[in-house]
Design a protein around this ligand. Structure first.
Ligand code: G6P
Length: 468
């Protein structure tokens, strides 16, 4: 088995299973920003990616796709239920998103999490070359850094946390809080989205483990002395090139016009694009919009809200309830306000290819990002990257990581429905000159700080630690 100098470890492999021309299964790379950012590096440095193929009970051999070695980690049906749907998405996810939904604490889920994290760590330790680099991603794998270190103390280990890290008062609820901190501290560099996340993590480390913390450095005791781990913010971004390229294509622009026409040519199209997740503030957005129609500040002949809510984690109870609530609210509002020619909300519980999303972004006069808590929110950055025409308004929740960077957006607190309604009106009524001024500044920020800048700066920090 060939070894890799650079190994990415993430819950999911960057592939989708598709049915080939003869009806057999095939794998295709999924077009995520993370793959795009790491692909060049993976090709030049003998790279491998360790992850789950997304389906229970299948054993796949190692395979190669577009020059990347993929190393599938199998999960049984029970492990999907306990590790993925359970501990990752019904314990850690709600706890780290400020308990918007109540986290469930179950000892069997924790045991499955430990067991599966060990499987990922072993797969990485088996494939990494002597003195190589391993980059672990996200909350599903918080124990993996320390587990790899125990198996292979010659390798440099990075960890990036894509979601928020909670304040200590909330974090302290976790029955396994010390084990998780120790797992993360196995990394040489622990990256977060916002400075605030890093601060909360360092506070938890100081208060729970009593390690010495100076600035962003932690002194971690080891069997034979101490080592240093660094925890700080590296805000993630998108691969901007495909958005610019698609936005310039005549057929995509034509599709944007077609979308507008198919909605009855409203004066303003408002857009929401989210995984159907309770962290996204979809209910708050729909409530505010419904009240604006009710109050007569907006009229269904002039505006339509397009809400794309892609299916997600559909076997977790909180997601099942959320879907019911949203669909009830959408049905009520449409029932009250639709006319034969115009709909208040065009709700789509579907995912779309990137090309269709870019057409939607181009059609949208106002983009509504009203998350109650979000590590970054890449949809906000996709919208901005797409709008090379310097038109359109981004309404952005202050509880997203993106709000730290995208200062020229219309900022909202989505819990404040009156404030959210006013922000939507500000966006709907904004003059083209003001839109242009804000969009130019937003675009400068997003185009300069793309996902390549993000991965380079993380890997540079990892390199600094290695040299020290
Ligand atoms: C968030 C997480 C990712 C996760 C994605 C989709 O962005 O940070 O780690 O992959 O949601 O969720 P899923 O459960 O389908 O992988």
């Amino acid at each position: 088995m060939s070894l890799a100098d650079f190994v990415v470890v993430a819950n999911r492999l960057p592939v989708d299973r598709v049915v080939g021309p003869d009806g057999e299964d095939e794998w295709r790379t999924s077009p995520g920003g993370l793959v795009a950012a790491l692909e060049p590096m993976m090709r030049s440095a003998r790279g491998a990616w360790v992850g789950w193929a997304g389906q229970p009970d299948i054993e796949l051999d190692r395979f190669e796709i577009n020059g990347i070695d993929l190393i599938p980690v199998p999960l049984s049906g029970e492990e999907v239920a306990d590790y993925y749907e359970g501990f990752a998405n019904d314990t850690i996810w709600p706890l780290y998103h400020d308990v918007i939904a109540p986290p469930q604490y179950h000892r069997e889920w924790w045991e499955a999490y430990v067991k599966v994290n060990r499987r990922f760590a072993e797969a990485a330790a088996d494939v990494v070359a002597p003195n190589g680099t391993v980059w672990v991603h996200d909350y599903q794998l918080q124990l993996v850094p320390q587990m790899i270190r125990e198996l292979r103390d010659d390798v440099t280990i990075g960890y990036f946390h894509h979601i928020p890290f909670p304040a200590h008062g909330l974090y302290a609820q976790l029955p396994w809080r010390d084990q998780v901190l120790k797992g993360l501290l196995g990394a040489d560099v622990i990256g977060f989205q916002r400075a605030q996340d890093a601060t909360y993590f360092l506070t938890a480390v100081r208060r729970r483990l009593r390690h010495e913390v100076k600035g962003s450095s932690v002194t971690v005791p080891t069997a034979d002395g101490t080592r240093t781990a660094v925890a700080r913010a590296f805000p993630i971004s998108i691969d901007t090139a495909p958005y610019l390229e698609l936005a310039a294509r005549p057929e995509v622009r034509a599709r944007a016009a077609e979308i507008r026409a198919s909605l009855g040519n409203p004066k303003k199209i408002l857009l929401g694009v989210d995984r159907l997740d309770y962290t996204k503030g979809i209910r708050h957005r729909i409530k505010a919009y419904g009240e604006l129609l009710e109050d007569g500040r907006l009229n269904v002949d002039d505006v339509t809200l397009v809400q794309v809510a892609s299916p997600s984690r559909e076997r977790v109870d909180a997601y099942v309830h959320l879907r019911d609530e949203i669909e009830l609210a959408v049905g009520r509002i449409n029932g009250d306000h639709d006319t034969m020619g115009h709909t208040a909300i065009r709700y789509l519980h579907q995912g779309y290819p990137r090309e269709e999303m870019v057409a939607l972004y181009l059609a949208a006069d106002v983009m509504l990002v009203t998350a109650l808590r979000d590590g970054m929110n890449l949809v906000a950055k996709e919208y901005v990257a797409t709008r090379a025409d310097n038109r359109g308004v981004l309404v952005l929740s202050e509880f997203t990581g993106a709000a730290d960077e995208l200062r020229q957006a219309v900022r909202v607190n989505p819990h404040d429905i009156a404030g959210l309604k006013d922000a939507i009106m500000t966006a709907v009524e904004m003059s083209p000159a003001e839109q242009g001024k804000r969009m130019r500044s937003l675009r400068r920020r997003v185009l300069e700080n793309d996902v390549n800048a993000w991965s380079s700066s993380f890997l540079r920090a990892l390199d600094d630690v290695r040299r020290r």
